[in-house]
Ligand binder design. Structure first.
Ligand SMILES: [Zn+2]
Length: 473
């Protein structure tokens, strides 16, 4: 898939070398300041996606974007005329590990039960689920596989409201979403910001298709696609071979919101294949292929794959394989660490394909002696920081902090409890001056569908003693 690109680079290197030899026999290259003449080569360069303002003509060549050298002979472009076109990617893309797909965990705070949108049904749930499925099926050998996970822990991309404290700013009302490009560590950009107040020109809320398109589009930015219809200056603009100058159906056009078509265009698929094609096929969560319980709260569960021959079974780190026999595997929970990237059983088929079934797992039983650390004594107006570690819990979907007392009913009213947005396992508790002196308990409630686990810490509340000052007169 990168072959054409290689040819182009080879061409550039050869041409640069040629230029160096030429330069040796002459003195300096005088920069020419007159206005750029529009020649067939200049037209060609603009078709290749370069901004005309960034093309400089020198005596023997064109210098593009400061450091790219191109031949002045139009015949040198014969083999490349159709290659440089308009779907484009940023300078940084997502790092891959050979032919094994990279799993990208996506967490949506806006559809989290009890999360930002309390409406039932949550209007974003189906568009987000569909958008992730679209990304997983745009090509059949994608090296990016997206999993919608149910907690921010270990998420690669978080979908949050633009009003969320984690969002750098609030989006203007006519913007539906925002995202960024992969970083130099070759990780996806970490956020998709959604404007939940968005209304379109008819002052109606976005349609399901608009929501689905915007999620596909913003995830596209997160993994390194820039706008198809705009030469982006920040983050680079690297045209993708085999895509046309205009693709009105591209999901990566800017102003995607107004678009009627749904999902990826054929050339979007070409672009995804160019950057991320060539991996072993993983089929995420094919409910019809691996049969067994959707939830494993305790004990063991048996899964059976039908319709193909299983060569080997794999499981996520928080499961143990009890036994496996051909197309059947029996697993149990292993409470020896945090869940990395969700819980699943995965069958490797005899043809090499991987079929994965995501399951939700046990109650959030702590691995060992999970404790809350924090102060033993708090005085009026003092704020205490209490925390425990997420690594104590095998799986969870919700974390809540409360303060109660065996002596005082409704003790929560005496405290201002501020749960941290970035770390569910950290909270600040301020003592209000209405609190009776005595002993209270701060409790961390960690729960999922299988149950709730509580950890407690007791602390004492005392009145603040009045301050006494020496009076010197
Ligand atoms: Zn965009």
């Amino acid at each position: 898939m990168r072959k054409k690109n290689l040819h182009i680079r080879l061409f550039l290197v050869l041409f640069l070398t040629l230029l160096m030899f030429q330069n040796c026999s002459k003195d300096t290259l005088e920069p020419e300041k007159e206005q750029l003449k529009i020649t067939p080569v200049v037209e060609q360069l603009t078709r290749m996606g370069f901004d005309i303002d960034n093309i400089k003509e020198t005596k023997n060549s064109y210098i593009v974007e400061g450091d790219l050298v191109f031949s002045k002979n139009i015949e040198d472009y014969n083999n490349y005329s159709d290659n440089f076109e308009r779907q484009a990617h940023s300078d940084n893309t997502v790092g891959l590990n050979g032919t094994t797909p990279r799993i990208i965990n996506v967490y949506s705070k806006i559809t989290d039960p009890g999360g930002v949108i309390s409406q039932d049904p949550n209007p974003w749930l189906i568009p987000i689920t569909n958008a992730i499925s679209d990304w997983n099926t745009v090509i059949d050998d994608s090296c990016l596989q997206f999993v919608l996970v149910n907690h921010a822990q270990n998420a690669d991309i978080k979908i949050i409201s633009d009003m969320d404290p984690e969002s750098p700013d609030v989006l203007p009302s006519n913007y539906l979403g925002r995202a960024g490009l992969p970083d130099s560590n070759m990780d996806p950009f970490g956020y998709v910001y959604i404007n939940l107040d968005f209304t379109n020109t008819d002052t109606s809320p976005p349609s399901n298709n608009q929501m689905r398109n915007i999620i596909i589009h913003e995830i596209g930015h997160c993994v390194g696609f820039v706008h198809t219809d705009q030469s982006s200056s920040t983050g680079g603009y690297n045209p993708i071979p085999g895509t046309p100058i205009n693709d009105p159906n591209s999901v990566m056009n800017a102003f995607i919101v107004g678009q009627n078509s749904l999902g990826f265009s054929n050339y979007d698929a070409v672009a995804v294949d160019y950057l991320y094609g060539g991996c072993t096929n993983i089929i995420i969560n094919p409910i019809t292929s691996i049969n067994g319980p959707a939830q494993l709260c305790s004990g063991q569960a048996t899964y059976t794959l039908t319709g193909a021959t299983v060569a080997d079974w794999h499981v996520s780190t928080n499961l143990n394989i009890v036994s496996e026999n051909g197309n059947t595997v029996t697993v149990e929970l292993a409470h020896n660490g945090a869940v990395i990237g969700g819980t699943y059983v995965e069958a490797q088929l005899s043809n090499g394909d991987l079929v994965r079934r995501n399951i939700s797992t046990g109650s959030p039983t702590p691995s060992g002696s999970a404790v809350i650390s924090g102060p033993n004594l708090l005085k009026y107006y003092q704020t205490g920081a209490f925390s425990t570690s997420s690594s104590n819990f095998s799986s969870y979907t919700n974390v809540e902090w409360v303060v109660f007392s065996y002596s005082f009913p409704n003790a929560g009213q005496y405290f201002d409890i501020r749960q941290n947005y970035n770390n569910d396992f950290f909270t600040e508790v301020e003592v209000l001056p209405t609190a009776p002196e005595g002993f209270y308990t701060v409790q961390c409630r960690v729960s999922n569908n299988c149950g709730t686990f509580y950890i407690d810490k007791q602390f004492e509340v005392k009145k603040a003693r009045p301050q006494f000052y020496d009076v010197l007169d």
